[in-house]
Design a protein around this ligand. Structure first.
Ligand code: SF4
Length: 290
């Protein structure tokens, strides 16, 4: 039985850095609050919780004062920083540099719009933490579009600037951009491709990887957007693809008729979890061929 872990899977650098900052801080203090899940992976959140990380939501954050809070890679709107400043909350800002740069572009683009007539369109998931952070840069004045079917929310008599949530898929972004070009015939249109290549580059790689094995085991937390998207790509290439979040979900029947298994995951899946899955499969394979 061939069992191989996809070398391109595992945390992206934004998540690695957020976890590094959390662990570094927890060496100096017993408890650290984190605004939202530091990563969309329960196993990793539990590991850090054992070290003292406490995940809080926005409702609780806006009642706190005189403490330290970590901001995760997704980023936050300016109102979060303002509340922290007024309430003596020390922020450890782990916003990914790619997201920070996107926030600045949206803010500066809006500030330089003298006509104040331009519509900022964000291709993203409504109420996703990163999208809330982006929309907050311009006081909520952005149109969030999840797919091309929602294009009628845009007024095609006014200028348009299009951006993307960093973890959205490039294909969907191009479909939307092409439709905007087709319909915005007499108005200025600027298209900013802000899809993060840490995710986008995994798509062709995971396609090739999925095609090489009799069975694909995709490991991800249920809440990860890029996990769902990458899993669907695995499935489209290899219908014998299974989604799991922990080793307990592995079914030994899956390896009955296959002689090769590929293991891959999302940008929020820890490498050690992929290795644990590989080890569990090796033991099942050993049982099978004994
Ligand atoms: S996916 Fe890209 S933008 Fe998002 S945290 Fe990772 S590196 Fe940063």
């Amino acid at each position: 039985m061939i069992i191989e872990i996809d070398k391109n899977s595992g945390f992206c650098f934004g998540v690695v850095e957020a976890i590094r900052k959390a662990e570094e801080t927890l060496q100096q203090q017993d408890v650290l609050y984190c605004l939202g899940d530091i990563v969309h992976n329960d196993a990793e959140v539990e590991r850090l919780t054992r070290k003292g990380l406490i995940t809080i939501d926005h409702e609780l954050f806006f009642t706190m004062k005189d403490t330290t809070v970590l901001l995760r890679a997704h980023g936050e709107p300016p109102s979060t920083y303002e509340y922290a400043r007024q309430n003596n909350i020390h922020l450890i800002d782990a916003t990914c540099p790619v997201v920070l740069k996107l926030q600045q572009r949206i803010r500066k683009g809006s500030e330089s719009d003298k006509s104040e007539n331009t519509q900022v369109v964000i291709y993203g998931k409504k109420n996703h933490a990163e999208v809330n952070g982006l929309v907050g840069q311009i006081n909520g004045k952005a149109i969030v579009i999840e797919n091309v079917d929602e294009i009628d929310k845009i007024n095609f008599t006014r200028p348009i600037e299009l951006y993307s949530q960093t973890t959205k898929d490039l294909d969907g972004f191009h479909v939307l951009a092409d439709e905007l070009k087709r319909r915005a015939v007499n108005v200025p249109l600027k298209i900013h491709d802000t899809v993060c290549r840490q995710v986008a580059n995994r798509i062709p790689a995971i396609r090739k990887f999925s095609a090489r094995f009799g069975l694909i085991i995709f490991v991800s937390g249920q809440k990860s957007s890029n996990g769902k998207m990458l899993y669907h790509i695995c499935q489209s290439v290899n219908p014998n693809s299974k989604f799991i979040s922990s080793i307990e979900e592995i079914d030994e029947q899956w390896i009955t008729d296959v002689d090769s298994v590929g293991i891959c995951g999302a940008t929020s899946t820890p490498k050690n979890l992929l290795e644990e899955v590989a080890e569990a499969l090796r033991q099942l394979a050993f049982k099978k061929f004994k």
